[in-house]
Design a binder for this molecule. Structure first.
Ligand SMILES: [Zn+2]
Length: 551
């Protein structure tokens, strides 16, 4: 087939791909053209032109076949077999049949021809045109009859999903996602191909694309690995894959969602077991805030509250705090919904509201287990809040979260839930409001308008009060290390409020939030925006990032 190889390379298929495909063919068999299509080296639409060059016969155009009719005598041929394999009788001339095909290399048909119709003529059709003409035969083929997948198709899909090109493509996409530190990979059908995007540090990036011929095999492989039904293409499905890639254990949650046009979108969420290191230094806290939090972690009773919207990294911070104080001398119990990560040496309990085991009930139970430190996933109701406060007053250190935008609002939110003010004044130790910003990669450069931005966002006082030797704003550039995004990892920006005697003494009426902010400022504390600007002035993130999450 050396002539065929020339046709491929003349068609622009890289020699490296052809070599790989030939190697694959030697080892596993199969057809070179199909292997190249499966590898994504060649769009399947290009095949008719390549065949045409190889066989020296034309590809029939719409003008050729528009008025074409099924030739007489074709019912004497095994029509179901031929149509199934991409062949149809085009015309019968005096000597022999002339066939039209979109798959001229089909081995079974060629074997049949050798025996029953020697010296046939050949014309070529694109797969789409072939399908159009096929319907003119009125032969019900297995594939056309059933809604959904036939067994033949399902077997074929299963085969494709196990073939090396599919396995290699999916593996390389997952490895690339992990290498770039992605939390999620999105595979979305997009004009025939599939677009692959990675979520890195909370933001989606275009990462790759899957050639049309490989989309279904890749999605099918994902379904097989995550124990989904591969024939089900109308309902959403969920599954899980456990993988070892490059020595790292990864759990992948897979979700498949059918789209209106018949395609399917798949999202993979990576839960990296080995990558979870809950170390205070990784949170990227400003030194004064880290010192205050370390003080809080050293006490034995009181409530430490985290606030922030979903995705603000509250759980990671709480786990970090718990890991910091975790030791053989203390008993830690957490109550979570759901338990996302296993923490060594910590008793984690999953609440199950559907059987009445909610946060309030769970909290009452775990207090009887003689813990020193408690973590309650979220305070959403008066009962949970009150039990948490009472536990703190009876000698427990309690961590929890509430959904508010800033620190002072968490105090009023608990009052609104109906918790007694005296209980809050006595039990609350501190409130930590948090957001995550992306951390600039080392390739960042000085922002050309640093001075102007510092003035515009009134950062002069922050810059002056900070201990930074040279406060200066930087902007993202991009290098291989950060996959050209300019960012690597995230860091927390924090509004920290110590609930001290002054806060306890304040009137909790309408003016409380403003008064608490004013007090925080007077003792040198910062708002989320100010803490973010401080991180921008120290070159750890950009002003745009800070404004994006705290503006
Ligand atoms: Zn970089």
């Amino acid at each position: 087939m050396s002539g065929m190889l020339d046709v491929f390379s003349e068609h622009g298929v890289p020699q490296g791909d052809i070599d790989k495909a030939r190697l694959y063919q030697t080892r596993h068999g199969g057809r070179l053209d199909q292997i190249l299509v499966n590898m994504g080296s060649l769009p399947s639409e290009d095949l008719p032109a390549i065949y045409s060059k190889w066989f020296g016969v034309p590809v029939l155009s719409a003008a050729d076949w528009r008025d074409w009719q099924v030739p007489e005598g074709s019912d004497a041929l095994p029509m179901e077999f031929l149509l199934e394999h991409g062949w149809l009788p085009w015309e019968q001339n005096e000597e022999a049949w002339v066939f039209a095909s979109c798959a001229p290399f089909d081995l079974e048909v060629n074997a049949w021809l050798a025996e029953h119709a020697p010296q046939p003529g050949l014309r070529l059709l694109t797969p789409d045109d072939f399908d159009t003409l096929k319907s003119r035969f009125g032969v019900a083929t297995a594939a056309a009859q059933v809604d959904g997948l036939t067994l033949v198709e399902e077997d074929r899909l299963r085969e494709l999903a196990l073939e090396a090109p599919t396995v290699n493509l999916l593996n390389s996409l997952i490895a690339k996602a992990l290498r770039r530190g992605a939390s999620d990979m999105h595979i979305e059908p997009h004009s025939g191909r599939a677009r692959v995007r990675f979520r890195i540090d909370g933001v989606l990036h275009d990462a790759d694309s899957i050639p049309a011929a490989m989309v279904l095999p890749v999605i099918t492989r994902l379904k097989i690995l995550s124990a989904m039904d591969i024939a089900e293409r109308r309902r959403p499905q969920d599954g899980k894959i456990e993988l070892r890639i490059g020595g790292e254990e990864v759990d992948i949650r897979v979700s498949a969602l059918p789209l209106r046009d018949g395609g399917e979108s798949a999202v993979l969420r990576f839960l990296r077991k080995d990558a979870l290191i809950y170390d205070m230094s990784l949170l990227g806290l400003a030194p004064d805030i880290e010192a205050s939090i370390l003080e809080d972690l050293a006490v034995t009773s009181g409530v430490i509250l985290m606030t922030g919207p979903t995705g603000s990294g509250k759980t990671t911070s709480l786990y970090t705090f718990l890991s910091h104080i975790n030791s053989p001398e203390v008993k830690i119990i957490t109550l979570e919904d759901p338990v996302e990560y296993q923490l060594a040496g910590i008793n984690q309990v999953q609440v199950q509201p559907e059987i009445g085991f909610d946060f309030a009930r769970g909290l009452r139970s775990i207090v009887r287990q003689d813990p020193d430190i408690l973590m309650v996933g979220e305070i959403r109701d008066q009962e949970t809040a009150s039990v948490a406060m009472q536990s703190a007053l009876t000698g427990h250190l309690v961590f929890s979260t509430v959904h508010t935008n800033d620190a002072p609002s968490a105090f009023t939110r608990l009052l609104d839930l109906g918790v007694e003010e005296y209980l809050l004044n006595a039990a609350l130790r501190s409130i930590v409001a948090q957001r995550l910003v992306r951390r600039l990669c080392e390739c960042s450069v000085v922002h050309p308008e640093s001075d102007r931005l510092i003035e515009r966002y009134k950062m002069q006082a922050l810059a002056k009060n900070s201990e930074l030797s040279k406060p200066e704003l930087r902007q993202s550039a991009g290098c291989d290390e950060c996959g050209q995004t300019g960012f690597r990892g995230r860091l927390a920006i924090i509004e920290y409020l110590r609930c001290d005697d002054a806060i306890a003494a304040m009137d909790k009426g309408e003016g409380f939030i403003a008064a608490a902010r004013e007090y925080r400022r007077s003792i040198g504390g910062r708002s989320l925006l100010e803490d973010g600007f401080l991180k921008a002035l120290s070159g750890e993130t950009t002003v745009e990032e800070v404004l994006r999450v705290a503006g």
